[in-house]
Write a protein that binds this ligand. Structure first.
Ligand code: G3P
Ligand code: MG
Length: 383
């Protein structure tokens, strides 16, 4: 490591750690970076995974420090390198392409689908099991989730609105509104002899009552909307119940956190247990589940190879820093994945709540401070 870099970093070290964040290493740092550009350091010593709601965005508002944080990773840093990052959200309800277009516009930089995953993206890895089988999909605005499901390869998709149109007395307390009617115009009439193989909650349901009623009906009638005496066919298993986002709370632009899909799951299980005496077994995806973090690691490896291609990519991942606002999902999942975790106070968690339920590697005010802290931590490790 040449004298210049040692010298400039030595300066930084003598200054108190906390001010390290604001120190921009001397302009020589770019030159010194070349000393890092030996074969082993062709790649940056770290990578990032960002949560969205409560870290980069609150409701429709971009959190002010978000753009600056991402600019640093786009190359405006002491390493003079692009530092790979992916976005992992428990949000959803639309296609990855549309979500990335909207995020790119909001954040003022291109966010590509190859660096993005939402709560239901992981379903791409199980769609082969259900491609031709009848599945009921829940959540999102009328029409949005069936489009995503079709894009993933689910070819026999129904919604609770289809069933409500087939027989309005299935839930007599809701009249279809104009948006729902417009969505149903293009839909085939629901066939009540359908036996569902799975019920998949893609995104936060808009009509909890309707969705709880129909989900209970189907799970209590072995996959049919009405009790059926039809014996199971070979290969017919128990109906699979899948939730894509476990968040009980999430950080929006409302002053206090809002109830998320985890609240819907609790409401459904509460009613189902009241009716049957026990909860219905389910599969959970989304942060903090292993499946979601494994999927994200694959995205990060591919992104690293995209930004810093190696002839022989051994798949090695540098230190990964997860920046999140929710201890239950972001921090718990990152810790379990062996990543470093940084908790910010711009969303669900704030220190007036006391210690977080899952201990992060570091706690800071916002995403920009989180990125600066992690970059400097890794640079100082290079010394
Ligand atoms: O509905 C989205 C919410 O549960 C959390 O989203 O981006 O904080 O994981 P995010
Ligand atoms: Mg969040």
């Amino acid at each position: 490591m040449n004298a210049l870099l040692k010298h400039s970093l030595a300066i930084s070290r003598t200054q108190s750690r906390s001010s390290l964040q604001n120190i921009r290493l001397s302009p020589f740092s770019r030159i010194s970076t070349r000393s890092l550009q030996t074969s082993s350091a062709k790649r940056p010593p770290l990578a990032f995974a960002f949560d969205i709601d409560g870290v980069l965005i609150r409701g429709e508002q971009v959190i002010p420090q978000a753009k600056r944080a991402l600019e640093i990773l786009e190359g405006d840093n002491e390493l003079g390198m692009k530092i790979p990052f992916v976005l992992i959200t428990n949000g959803g309800g639309t296609s990855e392409t549309i979500r990335c277009q909207r995020l790119s516009k909001k954040l003022g930089m291109e966010i590509s689908v190859s660096q993005f995953m939402q709560s239901h993206t992981v379903l791409k890895s199980i769609v082969h099991k259900y491609a031709e089988k009848p599945v009921l999909v829940l959540g999102g605005r009328p029409g949005a989730v069936p489009r995503v499901a079709a894009e993933y390869g689910f070819r026999n998709v129904s919604t609770t609105l289809d069933i409500l149109r087939w027989n309005p007395s299935v839930w007599p307390f809701h009249d279809l509104d104009e948006t729902e009617k417009a969505f149903l115009e293009s839909r085939p009439t629901f066939d009540p002899s359908t036996r569902f193989s799975a019920i998949i909650v893609f995104h936060d349901p808009r009509n909890w009552a309707l969705d709880v009623q129909i989900t209970c009906d189907i799970l209590r009638s072995d996959g049919y909307v009405l009790p059926s005496s039809k014996p199971r066919k070979t290969g017919d298993d128990d109906v699979k119940l899948i939730f894509c986002n476990p968040d009980l709370l999430w950080g929006s632009d409302y002053p206090t956190s809002r109830i998320g899909q985890g609240g819907f799951r609790a409401a459904f299980q509460g009613v189902y247990k009241a009716l049957t005496g026990s909860e219905y077994p389910y599969v959970q995806y989304g942060k903090p589940t292993k499946a979601t973090y494994r999927f994200a690691e694959k995205l990060l490896r591919d992104r690293l190879q995209e930004l810093h291609p190696l002839d022989v990519d051994d798949g090695h991942l540098p230190n990964v820093y997860m920046i999140g606002d929710n201890p239950e999902s972001d921090i718990a999942g990152a810790n379990a994945a062996g990543w470093h975790s940084v908790l910010v106070e711009t969303g669900v968690y704030d220190r007036s709540q006391g210690s977080p339920a899952h201990r992060p590697t570091h706690l800071v005010k916002d995403v920009e401070k989180a990125v600066r802290w992690a970059v400097h931590r890794e640079i100082s490790r290079l010394l």
